[in-house]
Design a protein around this ligand. Structure first.
Ligand code: MF3
Ligand code: CO
Ligand code: CO
Length: 267
């Protein structure tokens, strides 16, 4: 059980990778409209990452199981898809909610972030789910400081989500990140305060809650990647890569195009 602590060089590498990741998400935003296909978004992201940023898309051929490499450069999860949706040729339609999850490798360091995009105009319920999931992410981020525990993050997210009638997906979690895509520790989005590992300055990790409008149960589709809600209810996710600093946290995947932190963060 080893959680890597990044030194100054590692922190600089992670800052750069985080910035580039956010730039890909910014770049894609104006293309997300009714009629565009997720394969088109995937190709745009791949070209921008390689040709403009001179970086690598980590998901492409990523194969943790050793028998089912991920076939695309980004994950695109629509409506009741929870995560790891595979881009395809089906056009997005007005009212869809789309999560795009981008992971970029630059000089060996990984940045990982995802956002929700509303295609055209969506239902009030869908907008509310996206907004509340974003707030849930920030409730988790606010827990991050040396001496805090991973359980504090999970608890803050779970309490907020369930308090608003949403459910927390259990099977997928945030993670340590650095020279590897998925490092220790696991960052659960539910839990009890004061439990699990203690955070230390120099750790880098993702927080990426998946919240469902209905029940928490999920299932995997036959492609071996796409995760959907069992009850077909809508699901949303936001993800940032975070550095534990000596006094608290630094969000490494912020940019112009990402929504500003909720009011309770700056208050
Ligand atoms: N980006 C996802 C995460 O946040 C992992 C995607 S794995 C892939 O951890 F292979 F589907 F890309
Ligand atoms: Co992640
Ligand atoms: Co991700």
């Amino acid at each position: 059980m080893t959680i890597t602590i990044k030194d100054e060089a590692g922190i600089s590498g992670m800052r750069i990778a985080g910035q580039l990741t956010a730039q890909v998400l910014d770049y894609l935003a104006p293309f997300v409209k009714p009629g565009v296909t997720t394969n088109e978004l995937d190709q745009l992201a791949e070209d921008y990452t390689t040709k403009v940023l001179h970086a690598i898309s980590a998901p492409l051929n990523y194969d943790p199981s050793g028998r089912n490499p991920y076939p695309k450069s980004i994950c695109t999860s629509i409506n009741h898809q929870v995560c790891h949706g595979i881009p395809n040729d089906k056009p997005l339609k007005k009212g869809d909610i789309l999560n795009v999850d981008v992971t970029v490798i630059k000089d060996g360091w990984h940045g990982d972030s995802s956002r929700m995009y509303i295609v055209g105009e969506s239902s009030i319920a869908a907008k509310r789910l996206c907004a509340l999931t974003y707030e849930a992410l920030w409730h988790g981020i606010l827990q991050v400081k040396p001496g805090a525990h991973l359980g504090d993050i999970g608890h803050a997210i779970q309490k907020f989500a369930e308090g608003h009638g949403l459910s927390v997906v259990r099977e997928f979690c945030g993670h340590g990140i650095g020279q590897k895509f998925h490092e220790e520790p696991q960052v659960l989005h539910y839990g009890k305060p004061g439990t699990l590992d203690e955070l230390k300055a120099g750790m880098t990790l993702t927080i990426e809650p998946m919240l469902n409008a209905g029940r928490k149960e999920i299932k995997e589709l036959g492609d071996g990647w796409t995760i959907v809600t069992k009850d077909h209810s809508l699901s949303a996710q936001w993800e940032h890569t975070i550095l534990v600093t000596p006094t608290g946290y630094e969000v490494l995947t912020l940019s112009q195009g990402c929504p500003k932190p909720p009011a309770f963060v700056t208050a």
